[in-house]
Design a binder for this molecule. Structure first.
Ligand code: CU
Length: 616
């Protein structure tokens, strides 16, 4: 479809720009820290806390709707898409010069793929990105696994939440460069096959390349993938202009409109450590500007009626705890509560019944919330989509790090005085059948640890995932320890031994949360999982999930079935990833493989919990 022969645009790297700025005395050029007396840090090393984005006027741009992808042809009788990743200039705010971003089909966020249950599609994700990365790349990350001297930018697209074959899953080492010139060791095919044999859900696609997922997604490589079916359509949920996908992201900018991403780690005093490489990966990223569907500080105009929002946390690290509040635009003050979110679905599809979220709606990185909001009582009012999650989210320990900005204001909502159409939408009491995965069918229990105690060769904190036997953690290229067999039901118990919350994600499968408990209350070699002792899932944690938040000092138990379950999902074998979805953690090094073995393979194992059985 596209012309792949166009040469890459010449570009001056940020480092060269900063050197040039220093030489000409333009010290005010944003992003080039000056007066750095540390000889081992180049002049461009900038921490998160060093940087402030331009002070943009809020609420001047309307929230755009993402475009919709169109197939370019067919393959084996199914629609075939060809979606190119390329570097484009895009206006993210009225007063900000155009920003260089990476888009799918030239768009940030990428175009929405509209898919239908039971109708497979093919997608060829193509890479037409420049030779040099848009953002400073730390070449010490997985330097034994990544050929950093190779020309080109590595990309691979993962369909997040997709119950897909392993060859099309977007394995972190299935990366490829422009025109597939170079490919990673796990690369298997160019045309990804999405069978779409799973319940309708808010899925999304994003980059998943080993070691630079955080940078590729930050540059813009993410988009929605909405899977629908007749049953969902029969529910009469708000549709067309009343159904709006919203990807919430945080970004930071330079004065010239370019994206800012830190290159050095802040310590408690706000400095950076001279022993670190430059640029260095950072432990987490928190931008100071809210970006929704690719617009900074936008406003959304709605009618006084029901809307359906497909909320996606597409930020690298940030948590959102959301509520709509009344808002006085002239004074900037927030007032009382606005309409509640009524959650109708989460990561893996519809809930069995709508759930009104009385308190805050928590959405961790990678998570989706399918919500309905009734604006009919708020005609003529202005509302604020308000977030009260601290940047360094700690769940219920309540610790905060004031060094890093919270992001309380996400988006403004203008409710018009009158609607264009008579709204007859009514939410049904029952949405779909969500069959429980029975705990008495469990074949294996796995005790999986989340750790923050290790450091890498440069003394930087390393987050690692471990097992009951290797509690301090394993690296991505250590042998696969999680090998369920197709048809098995397993409980995965995520034990968070680190100091912060982590949104844990499994590829391929959706799971149901059984509950959470303090880490000391369950020892897999001694205890059975006592379901009655667990704290119940939050309303937004019900149903099918593929990301779950595990707060520090707690264990979260989830149950999943590998393969078709009760007429839902489908059978797949092969290797997939499970990881923390904070992208800085995923890159460094909180990601591990799991392999679904064919049924009857004797290698299928349990890593802990061994002979213990679940008490019910
Ligand atoms: Cu994490």
């Amino acid at each position: 479809m596209g012309d792949h022969t166009r040469p890459p645009k010449p570009r001056i790297s940020r480092r060269k720009l900063c050197i040039a700025a220093g030489a000409t005395g333009i010290s005010a050029l944003a992003g080039c820290s000056t007066g750095n007396s540390n000889p081992s840090q180049a002049e461009n090393a900038t921490t998160i806390t060093d940087h402030s984005s331009p002070d943009l006027e809020k609420w001047v741009d309307e929230v755009p709707r993402p475009g919709v992808a169109e197939p370019s042809g067919t393959k084996d009788g199914h629609p075939r898409y060809e979606i190119e990743m390329s570097e484009v200039e895009q206006k993210l705010h009225r007063d900000l010069p155009a920003t260089t971003v990476w888009g799918y089909d030239g768009q940030f966020p990428g175009p929405t793929i509209e898919a239908e249950q039971g109708e497979p599609i093919y997608v060829r994700w193509t890479n037409d990105l420049p030779d040099e990365h848009l953002l400073p790349e730390d070449t010490t990350i997985h330097s034994d696994l990544i050929p950093y001297d190779m020309p080109g930018v590595r990309t691979v697209t993962h369909l997040h939440g997709g119950n897909v074959e392993s060859e099309s899953d977007g394995h972190a080492q299935a990366w490829f460069t422009r025109d597939f010139q170079e490919t990673g060791p796990e690369f298997q095919k160019k045309d990804y096959y999405y069978i779409n044999d799973q319940p309708p859900a808010t899925l999304w696609y994003h980059d998943h390349s080993l070691g630079i997922t955080r940078l590729n997604v930050y540059a813009g490589l993410a988009g929605f993938y909405l899977l629908r079916n007749d049953h969902e359509r029969s529910l009469g949920l708000p549709k067309n202009e009343y159904e709006i996908p919203l990807v919430l992201q945080d970004r930071s900018f330079e004065e010239d409109g370019s994206l800012f991403y830190p290159t050095a780690i802040s310590d408690e005093k706000g400095g950076s450590d001279e022993s670190h490489p430059d640029p260095s990966i950072v432990p987490q990223f928190y931008g100071d500007t809210s970006v929704v569907n690719g617009k900074a500080w936008p406003r959304l105009s709605v009618e006084p009626r029901l809307y359906r929002f497909r909320l996606l946390n597409g930020s690298n690290s940030r948590y959102y705890t959301l509520k709509l509040r009344q808002y006085n635009e002239s004074s900037g003050e927030t007032g009382g509560d606005g309409p509640s979110f009524v959650q109708i679905g989460n990561d893996g599809g519809l809930l069995s019944t709508p759930v009104e979220i009385d308190d805050r709606l928590e959405v961790g990185s990678g998570q989706r919330a399918d919500v309905v909001v009734d604006f009919s009582e708020y005609a003529g009012e202005t509302l604020l989509l308000h977030n009260n999650a601290p940047a360094q989210y700690r769940g219920r320990t309540g610790l905060r790090d004031d060094n890093i900005v919270p992001l309380p204001e996400i988006m403004l909502v203008d409710v018009s005085d009158t609607g264009d159409s008579q709204d007859t939408t009514e939410l049904p009491d029952e949405l779909t059948r969500v069959p429980d995965i029975p705990v008495d069918s469990v074949d294996n229990e796995r005790y999986l640890t989340l750790n923050g105690g290790a450091t890498d060769d440069y003394g930087r904190q390393l987050h690692l995932l471990g097992t009951a036997q290797e509690r301090d953690g394993l690296k991505i290229d250590d042998p696969v320890t999680e090998k369920p067999a197709l048809g098995d039901t397993e409980i995965w118990s995520f034990a968070n031994r680190s100091g912060m919350s982590h949104p844990m994600h499994l590829h391929l499968v959706h799971f149901q949360m059984l509950g959470r408990q303090p880490i000391g209350d369950y020892e897999p070699n001694e205890d059975e999982i006592d379901l009655d002792a667990l704290e119940a899932p939050k309303p937004y944690e019900r149903g099918w999930n593929d990301v779950i938040t595990v707060d520090p000092g707690e264990i979260v138990h989830v149950i999943t079935h590998f393969g078709e379950h009760d007429g839902l999902f489908n059978d797949q074998t092969g290797t997939y990833m499970w990881h923390c979805h904070m992208l800085e953690h995923e890159d460094h090094d909180m990601m591990r493989p799991f392999t679904v073995l064919p049924n009857g393979d004797e290698d299928a194992n349990s890593n802990g919990g061994d002979d213990s059985t679940t008490q019910r």
